[in-house]
Ligand binder design. Structure first.
Ligand code: ATR
Length: 314
């Protein structure tokens, strides 16, 4: 019965994989829509991850049978217009990805404190008064560290590489979870200095130290977590952004990049006997929290993880 019901309930599903602004003007999907919005967005695995979790949820709870998660490519200049159309068409939830997270944080009036602190918004929830903004990347990173390394951020030393949007969210997560000290490094000082200043304004009781990207890092702690939040590593041929030699072998290394699955940084960490994690658990956990915000139900993290891995392998 459920398999026969599905085509009826999922009526008017658009046929194309990546949708555009024009599709919103004449929106005919009759279920409850969710979507990821980015530019470019082709490579996002969020639709596979969320649709797999929605299908599983619908097996237990038929009220979710007509929910579907779409993928929209929207240029930044058209984002404002698109958000109004998403709202009018009752998109229950949106995920915002590159380059929209920072723009949306400026526009969304009703937002969780994590959005104001990080200056970035990756999740929107439809409410009677407009969209409400969240940043589930902070939760995603924290949970990924807890699950991958079986430890909490509290009291640890964190060495964060990068000063863009991803680094900012990671820095806020480190401070709100009360790391013992936050070590920051970036290719250029121009972007690093304002980040340091802003982070110092969030918590003045946690030491923030600046390091040269070239090292050496004078951090002798065995309770160190290194987090790569730069885009260096996205290309297979990219070198590691920092040299890990000299850091304690108990150091844990998280690279936010998940494709390729093993960056030069993670390879170097492994060769030094350090424990590592790529960005996939972070992606899945940010998705898990977004899913809970929209559906008020807990998805299976394993299902989301499997769907993301399968989709990346295609
Ligand atoms: P995001 O929002 O995803 O963080 P971003 O704001 O463009 O993206 O930031 C990219 C980060 O990767 C920056 O910290 C950038 O360093 P700069 O601030 O010096 O630009 C870093 N990055 C990009 N390419 C790099 C490279 N080849 N070597 C070292 N760092 C690099």
């Amino acid at each position: 019965m459920p398999t026969r019901l599905k085509p009826i309930l999922k009526r008017n599903l658009p046929e194309r994989d990546v949708l555009r602004l024009g599709d919103l003007a004449n929106w005919r999907f009759e279920g409850t829509p969710l979507a990821v919005v980015g530019h470019p967005v082709k490579h996002s695995v969020s639709p596979e991850m969320h649709n797999a979790a929605l299908e599983e949820l619908a097996d237990r709870n038929p009220g979710f049978k007509d929910w579907h998660y779409f993928k929209f490519d929207i240029e930044p200049e058209r984002l404002r217009e698109a958000l109004a159309l998403f709202y009018r068409n009752k998109f229950k939830g949106l995920n915002l990805t590159v380059p929209h997270k920072i723009l949306a944080a400026k526009w969304i009036e009703a937002a969780e404190p994590e959005v104001r602190l990080s200056g970035a918004c990756n999740t929107l929830l439809w409410t009677d008064n407009g969209y409400r903004g969240y940043n589930t990347d902070l939760y995603g990173m924290t949970r990924a560290i807890e699950e991958s390394f079986a430890l909490k951020l509290r009291g640890r030393q964190a060495l964060l590489i990068g000063a863009g949007g991803a680094a900012r969210a990671a820095a806020v997560a480190c401070l709100t979870h009360k790391v013992g000290a936050l070590h920051l490094t970036n290719r250029t000082r121009e972007k690093l200095d304002p980040l340091v200043e802003e982070m110092a304004g969030i918590r003045d009781d946690i030491p923030i130290k600046i390091h040269q990207l070239a090292g050496p890092f004078a951090i002798s702690s065995r309770h160190l977590i290194v987090i790569n939040a730069t885009s260096l590593g996205l290309k297979e041929s990219d070198p590691a952004p920092v040299a890990l030699k000299g850091l304690h072998p108990d150091t844990k290394v998280l690279d936010m990049i998940y494709n390729p699955s093993k960056t030069a940084l993670l390879k170097e960490a492994e060769s030094l006997g350090m424990r590592t994690a790529n960005g996939l658990p972070m992606l899945v956990f940010q998705g898990e929290r977004s899913f809970r915000i929209w559906t008020k139900k807990s998805p299976s993290v394993q299902t989301m993880f499997r769907a993301a891995v399968d989709s990346l392998a295609e």
